[in-house]
Design a protein around this ligand. Structure first.
Ligand SMILES: NC(=O)c1ccc[n+]([C@@H]2O[C@H](COP(=O)([O-])OP(=O)(O)OC[C@H]3O[C@@H](n4cnc5c(N)ncnc54)[C@H](OP(=O)(O)O)[C@@H]3O)[C@@H](O)[C@H]2O)c1
Length: 218
């Protein structure tokens, strides 16, 4: 069991529940949040593995690392709610700025990306890292190997490294993708992946970075 607790805000949903389950399986202490404590507890019980459930604000309060897995339309409200509890912590934003019904079209927000928007809402006292934009939740929800790399973005290299390791715990290859502003590339790519899914009947297209990668610092 790791010393740190990981909170998943919106952890009753597709991506949140799948991440929570894989993180708990990897030995992390995990708490999932919801707008309703009752829903969170029910979802946590369903997931098992010692996962607990509470409100989003309380989960963010308990968590040392806070992962946000809510729809783009809910991102601002969810972040404003947890902001007072997130000071001094790493907040991992997974938001893809999809604007239904045109989810196959790249529609980045005026801030440049959902991740930079998250940083603007949370303020400089919170370290925002973004990741997991290109992985299909329904694949993560299984015990099967998932054929997808995870690009991790953030302006704080140490915080980014922590989330690269967290991606590895989830069973994926996490790779440093550079500054938080670069998150726009992975966020935009998801609309392209959805287009590929529909065009080529793919059950959750993912991304792979090719070439021989040597771990930084070696
Ligand atoms: N699904 C994927 O394959 C995938 C892959 C990569 C990235 N993402 C990103 O991950 C995020 C979550 O996606 P998802 O598919 O897991 O979403 P989801 O299942 O539709 O929703 C996740 C959770 O968000 C909460 N929520 C919904 N509306 C809300 C609101 N107005 N305010 C606060 N919370 C609200 C709900 O929890 P409660 O009702 O319990 O509060 C819900 O269970 C999105 O930003 C998405 O772009 C998803």
């Amino acid at each position: 069991m790791s010393a740190e607790t990981i909170a998943v805000v919106g952890g009753t949903g597709n991506l949140g529940a799948a991440l929570a389950r894989r993180l708990a399986k990897a030995g992390h202490r995990v708490v999932i949040g919801s707008r309703s404590a009752e829903s969170a507890r029910a979802a946590a019980e369903n997931l098992g593995l010692g996962i607990t459930g509470t409100t989003n604000a309380e989960a963010a309060n308990i968590g040392d690392i806070v992962i946000i897995t809510v729809p783009f339309a809910a991102q601002g409200d969810a972040l404003r709610e947890i902001a007072p509890k997130a000071a001094g912590k790493i907040v991992v934003d997974t938001t893809v700025p999809l604007v239904p019904p045109k989810v196959m079209r790249v529609q980045l927000p005026s801030e440049g990306s959902a991740a930079t928007r998250a940083q603007a809402v949370l303020g400089a006292g919170v370290t925002v890292v973004s990741a997991f934009h290109n992985v299909a939740a329904h694949k993560l929800a299984t015990d099967e190997a998932v054929d997808c790399d995870v690009l991790v973005f953030g302006d704080d290299k140490d915080a980014r490294e922590k989330i690269v390791r967290l991606a590895k715990d989830v069973g994926l290859r996490g790779l440093h993708g550079g500054a938080l502003a670069n998150s726009a590339a992975a966020e935009a790519l998801t609309s392209v992946l959805i287009f590929l899914n529909r065009t080529y009947s793919v059950d959750g297209a993912g991304i792979r970075i090719t070439g021989k990668l040597i771990e930084p610092g070696r």
